[in-house]
Every structure is written in structure tokens, then in C-alpha cells.
Design a protein around this ligand. Structure first.
Ligand SMILES: Cc1cc2nc3c(=O)[nH]c(=O)nc-3n(C[C@H](O)[C@H](O)[C@H](O)COP(=O)(O)O)c2cc1C
Length: 239
């Protein structure tokens, strides 16, 4: 018993790395929004949602005419700022982050236009950072969206593979996100330790990543849902 407690104390005290993550996304019909909501239950991250400056546009009307025109303009002239639709100002200091996860809807094989606008103006400031890409589309897979991300963030350190979540799988996003985070080495990179529910944790107060108290003086992890928690000031991933 004492040995288990000691080794857990050691695990907690060796988790010191404090990589900071930003999630940047755009969402027209809220699929990516729902994916990002699930993602933030698994990881500790700041979140920014890109919004087009022109409100109320129906990108899907007339067989996606507006969305299609926006994508064509970018395809025809990708290095001209005038090709990109205006977006609301985004107040975030990219220098604060080590890792950026991009949540992108696919439009006609490409990254949704408003998100491309943000990356066109800010991709250079993401040089050297870890970049993860999550793509939502009805059936087309990731297609050209990864190519767009790499064009717009030429010196990003891309985490591989990117994750495709089909629109119809949005409600199952949590388990897909969890295995993707493991595959790209995200938990290891951010210093989060996996522990299983049958491990004895001693007597700790457990918080969610958003700071809400989940259990006071807990002696067991058995009743907790899998996910990310803060125990003794350190992050643990309960698998
Ligand atoms: C303008 C536009 C074009 C789209 N083109 C495609 C496409 O070519 N292939 C595809 O599978 N889905 C396409 N979609 C569907 C979206 O990729 C899909 O619904 C996605 O889940 C939307 O994410 P969101 O709800 O976060 O906006 C398109 C959607 C829009 C609005």
C-alpha cells in the first residue's frame, strides 16, 4: 500500500511539463463546435472560434453557391489577402502556446474559407509549434484540408496523422478524439500520465480541467468517467 502511494506521488511529482494548447476552429453548422466541446473535456486548452465578419450568410443555399464562390476565390489566388473573406478580430497571443489544434469543416475539398482567412494572417506566427488538425466532412474525408493547413502554416510542426470525423460520427467524437490524442503522442507531450480506475490514489481531492471539484477526499477513482482530471495540482488521464 505504502509502495503504491509512493509511486503515485512520484508520478505526480514528475509531471512537470506545462505545454499550453490553443484550439482554433470554425463551425457553420456546429459539428466542429460539438467536436471541440468534447475535445476540451479531454484536454486542457484555450479555445477560439473564428467568426465571419458578414453575418447571416447561408453558405449552403443554392447548392452551396456562396461557400463554393469563397473557396474558388482562394483557389484562384491563394497568396492574395483579398481572396479571403473578412473575419471578426481574434484576440489571442499565439506566442503563449506550444501546441495548436485546428478544427476545420471541409468545403468542396478545402478548408472552410473563414478559417483559411485566420491562418492566412496568423500561420507564420505558428512556426515551430506543434499543429494538430481535425477535419469534419460529410463524406469527403480530409481531402485537401491538410494541404491547405500546410500551405497556410508552412513552418508548423504537424502532428501526424490528422483526424477525420465524419459529420454522422460527431456524437461519437469523444472516443475518436481520445484514441487520436494517444496516437499523436499528445498526452505524453503535455506531461499527462495515464492511470487506471483500479489504481489506489490515496486520499485526494479531484478537480475537472475546468476547475470544478469532482470528488473531495476521494479514496477511489472507480466512479469517475474516463477523462482528464487535476489531482494534487497535476493532470492525470483516467483511462
Ligand atoms: C459550403 C460547403 C461545402 C461543403 N462541401 C462538402 C464536400 O465537398 N464534401 C463533404 O463531404 N462535405 C461537404 N460539406 C459538409 C461539411 O463538411 C460538413 O457538414 C461538416 O461537418 C460541417 O462542419 P460544421 O458543422 O462545423 O460547419 C460542405 C459544407 C458546406 C457548408
Amino acid at each position: 500500500m505504502k509502495r503504491i502511494l509512493l509511486s503515485l506521488a512520484l508520478i505526480f511529482s514528475t509531471i512537470t511539463m506545462q505545454a499550453k494548447t490553443l484550439v482554433v476552429y470554425y463551425s457553420y453548422t456546429n459539428n466542429v463546435h460539438n467536436i471541440v466541446t468534447e475535445l476540451t473535456k479531454l484536454i486542457d486548452a484555450d479555445v477560439v472560434r473564428i467568426e465571419p465578419m458578414e453575418k447571416g450568410l447561408d453558405y449552403a443555399a443554392n447548392n452551396y453557391a456562396i461557400g463554393s464562390a469563397l473557396i474558388s476565390a482562394i483557389r484562384n489566388n491563394p497568396y492574395d489577402a483579398a481572396s479571403y473573406p473578412a473575419i471578426d478580430p481574434v484576440n489571442v497571443n499565439l506566442a503563449d502556446y506550444d501546441c495548436i489544434i485546428i478544427g476545420a469543416p471541409l468545403w468542396w475539398s478545402n478548408m472552410a474559407a473563414p478559417l483559411q482567412t485566420y491562418l492566412f494572417h496568423n500561420g507564420a506566427a505558428m512556426a515551430g509549434k506543434k499543429i494538430g488538425l481535425i477535419v469534419s466532412s460529410a463524406s469527403s474525408g480530409i481531402s485537401g484540408v491538410e494541404g491547405d493547413a500546410k500551405r497556410l502554416i508552412p513552418d508548423g510542426d504537424f502532428l501526424s496523422p490528422s483526424l477525420w470525423i465524419r459529420s454522422s460520427q460527431t456524437s461519437n467524437a469523444s472516443s475518436m478524439l481520445n484514441s487520436w490524442l494517444k496516437t499523436i503522442g499528445y498526452y505524453a507531450m503535455t506531461g499527462v500520465e495515464d492511470i487506471s480506475a483500479d489504481q489506489n490514489i490515496g486520499k485526494y481531492t479531484i478537480f475537472s480541467v475546468s476547475g470544478a471539484m469532482v470528488a473531495k477526499d476521494a479514496l477511489s477513482l472507480q466512479n469517475l468517467e474516463k477523462g482528464l482530471y487535476i489531482v494534487n495540482g497535476e493532470k492525470i488521464y483516467l483511462k
